[in-house]
Write a protein that binds this ligand. Structure first.
Ligand code: PLZ
Length: 449
C-alpha cells in the first residue's frame, strides 16, 4: 500500500494534533514495522509520515507536527521544495541512471561546478560526488592519503563522521554508533577539541595541547589529514573556542597535512553562511558535504584544492550510484532555491528569533546551562543546577514531551544532554515561536513534576 499526498509549501503550516500520539494508523504501521524492520534501526517519532513541507510533517492519522529537525539538517530548503520537485521530475522522465563512470551527464558536472564556486577558498578546486556523508568522509581520507603518501588521520573528541568502518573509527561516541561493531580501521588518532562550555582555556591553548599530542603520539610527518567539523553536530553543536580551528589549520599547513572540514551537517546555509568554515576564514584543503546539498535526495561530495583532488590515479574514485542524475537534479534545484530565497539571511534571522527566546527560557530554568550555535543550528545543553554535570534525564523528558505535543526536536551530545534545533530554513517565524512555546511548556511541566 502506498500513500501519496501533496507536500511541499502547499501543506497547511499549522501544528494540529487530532489523535493520541501515535494514532491508530501509525500503530498499525508500527506493528508491520516490528515484523519487517531490524530492531537495529530506530526512529525518534512513533508516527508515520504522509507528507511534509516547509515547517511541518503530516502523519498518516492527520496529525501535523512542527519540524525542528529538518531530517537532521537535510531539508534546509524545505521538504518537496518546488525547484527540487520540478528538476527531479524532469530528470526522472529523461533517465534515472547510466552511471557517471560509464556514460556521463551534465548534472554531475554542474553540481561540481557549483560546489567549486560556493565553497570557501579562491584557489582552483575540483569535486567528486558520492551517496552519503560517510562515503564522502571515506573518500576524503583516501584522497588525502594518496596526496600525502601518509597514513594517519587525526580526529577530535565529540566528533561524528559516520557509521561505516572507517568513519566509525573516526566517530567519538561508542553507544550507539560503535558498540560491538569493531575492530575499527587503524591509524585514526583522537585529540581534544576546545569545548567552550566545559573548558575555560583559550582556543589557542587547547590547540597547543592537541598539537603536542599529535606531535608526540603520532608524529606530524605521519599525518595525512586532520578532519574536523567546524561546528560539531552530533557532538552537540560545539563551536570550538575562537582561535582553535585557525591554530589547527595553521599547524596542518606547516606540516603538509591535508586540512579537511566535515561540513556535512553545517553546510548549505545552515549557519547563515554557505559553509561554517567561512566564519574564521578557514579555507580548508578539502570539504565534505552531504545532507543539505540535495533537498533530501542522497548525494554527497568532496571538494577541494585541484592538485589534491587530481592526485588520485584515474578510476581511483567512484561507485555505481555516486552523483546519480536524479540526486544531482535535486541538488541543482536546492542550490537555486537557497540563492533565490537568500537562505543565508533567513538562517541569521532564525538565529536571532531562537536565541532571544531561549535566553528568556534560560533565565527561568536553571537546568539550561548554555545556548550555543550559529544560524539555524542552535542547541541548549542541560546540566544539574549549579554544576556542569550533564542532565540527560531532563533532556529526554522535555524532548519526549515535545514529541507528544506535536513538536519534533532532536537530542545530541556525548552525554545525551543537548536539545538541538535545526528547522528547515523555509519555516515561518510563527511556527518557530510556537515550537519554542511548546519546548518552554515542557520544561515548566518537567521541573514542577
Ligand atoms: N559527518 C558531520 O553530521 C551525519 C547521522 C545520524 P551520513 N549525521 C547524522 C545517525 O544517527 O546516523 C554526518 C554528520 C557529519 C558525517 C555524517 C555522516 O553522514 O549521510 O549519515 O553517512
Amino acid at each position: 500500500m502506498k500513500m501519496h499526498a501533496a507536500g511541499g509549501p502547499g501543506l497547511t503550516q499549522k501544528r494540529n494534533i487530532v489523535t493520541e500520539i501515535p494514532g491508530p494508523k501509525s500503530k498499525e504501521l508500527m506493528a508491520r514495522r516490528n515484523n519487517a524492520v531490524s530492531t537495529g534501526v530506530s526512529s525518534t517519532l512513533p508516527i508515520y509520515v504522509q507528507a511534509a513541507g516547509d515547517g511541518v510533517i503530516l502523519d498518516v492519522d492527520g496529525n501535523t507536527f512542527i519540524d525542528l529537525g529538518a531530517g537532521i539538517a537535510v531539508v534546509n530548503v524545505g521538504n518537496s521544495a518546488p525547484h527540487v520537485v520540478s528538476e527531479v521530475q524532469d530528470q526522472v522522465t529523461a533517465f534515472t541512471h547510466t552511471c557517471f563512470m560509464i556514460a556521463p551527464y551534465e548534472g554531475y558536472v554542474e553540481v561540481c561546478e557549483e560546489l567549486n564556486a560556493l565553497t570557501p577558498g579562491k584557489f582552483a578546486k575540483k569535486s567528486a560526488l558520492f551517496n552519503s556523508g560517510a562515503e564522502a568522509v571515506e573518500n576524503a581520507v583516501k584522497i588525502a592519503r594518496v596526496f600525502t603518501k601518509r597514513d594517519a588521520i587525526v580526529v577530535f573528541e565529540h566528533g561524528y563522521h559516520g557509521r561505516t568502518n572507517m568513519t566509525m573509527a573516526m566517530t567519538a561516541k561508542s553507544m550507539p554508533y560503535k558498540h560491538g561493531f569493531g575492530p575499527f580501521a587503524g591509524e585514526v588518532y583522537r585529540v581534544p577539541v576546545a569545548y567552550p562550555f566545559r573548558d575555560s582555556r583559550s582556543g589557542a591553548e587547547v590547540a597547543a595541547a592537541a598539537i603536542l599530542k599529535i606531535e608526540k603520539e603520532v608524529g606530524a610527518d605521519n599525518v595525512a589529514a586532520i578532519v574536523i567539523e567546524p561546528i560539531q553536530g552530533e557532538g552537540g553543536f560545539i563551536a570550538p573556542t575562537i582561535g582553535f580551528l585557525t591554530a589547527i589549520r595553521d599547524f596542518a599547513k606547516q606540516k603538509g597535512i591535508v586540512f579537511v572540514a566535515d561540513e556535512i551537517q553545517t553546510g548549505f546555509c545552515r549557519t547563515g553562511q554557505w559553509f561554517a568554515s567561512e566564519h574564521e576564514n578557514l579555507e580548508p584543503d578539502l570539504i565534505t558535504t552531504a545532507k543539505g546539498i540535495a533537498g533530501g535526495l542522497p548525494l554527497a561530495g568532496v571538494t577541494g584544492r585541484a592538485e589534491i583532488m587530481d592526485s588520485v590515479h584515474p578510476s581511483g574514485l567512484g561507485g555505481t550510484y555516486g552523483g546519480n542524475p536524479v540526486a544531482c537534479a535535486a541538488a541543482i534545484g536546492a542550490i537555486r532555491t537557497m540563492k533565490e530565497m537568500d537562505l543565508n539571511a533567513r538562517a541569521l534571522k532564525i538565529e536571532k528569533l531562537m536565541v532571544d527566546r531561549l535566553k528568556k527560557m534560560q533565565s527561568k530554568f536553571n537546568v539550561i546551562g548554555e545556548i550555543r550555535g550559529r544560524g539555524a543550528m542552535i542547541a541548549i545543553e542541560m546540566i544539574k543546577p549549579g554544576s556542569l554535570e550533564p542532565n540527560s534525564e531532563i533532556t529526554t523528558t522535555v524532548a519526549k514531551g515535545c514529541h507528544s505535543e506535536g513538536v519534533l526536536v532532536l537530542t545530541a551530545g556525548t552525554y545525551g544532554n543537548v536539545i538541538r534545533f535545526l528547522p528547515p530554513l523555509t519555516m515561518n517565524d510563527e511556527l518557530i515561536s510556537e515550537g519554542l512555546d511548546v519546548v518552554e511548556a515542557q520544561f515548566a511541566k518537567a521541573l514542577k513534576a
